[in-house]
Ligand binder design. Sequence first.
Ligand code: IMP
Ligand code: MG
Length: 176
Amino acid sequence: MYKLTGVMFSQEEIEAKVIELAKQIEKDYKGQDLLLVGILKGASVFVADLMRKIDLNVNIDFMSVSSYGSATVSSGTVKILKDLDVDIKDKNVLIVEDIIDSGITLRNLYDTLMTREPRSLKLCTLLNKPARKKVDVDVDYVGFVIEDKFIVGYGIDYDEKYRNLPYIAIVEDVED
Ligand code: IMP
Ligand code: MG
């Protein structure tokens, strides 16, 4: 039976980290426009908080994607369930993701969006789980590096549940 077994990051810890990331982004894009691309559904909470801490001309859009799996990594394709509304050609684009696990989703998405010729394309993730990395992804902004635990909350789900937790918790298979 799956249960929440502990808190990994409190609401306060997350808020402090979001502000830290936002200030770094603000500095790096000073004087420029920025399009944040939130990856649905997991990154919805993170991107909503992040954008409100960035004092720049920020636009927001969303994508929903699913990876074909490792067999097609080299082709750089990702199955797009919901595409962007806007054309990203010549724009500064920052992909905002909840968590990187194998890296396959972001690797493929990065390659797909690069073909649309943005002015710049960078990656931001709240959480990175390097232990399970299968492909290389250069992530420009990382909130927390975490060990190999299954986590939920702050937009992230287990079987579509727990997205509304305001903190990040650990889920484990425990004996009843
Ligand atoms: P990747 O392509 O393996 O990097 O997959 C990343 C995606 O897997 C994330 O966007 C999440 O949707 C999901 N994921 C990875 N680790 C976790 C976790 O610990 N809890 C919930 N979802 C996760
Ligand atoms: Mg996701």
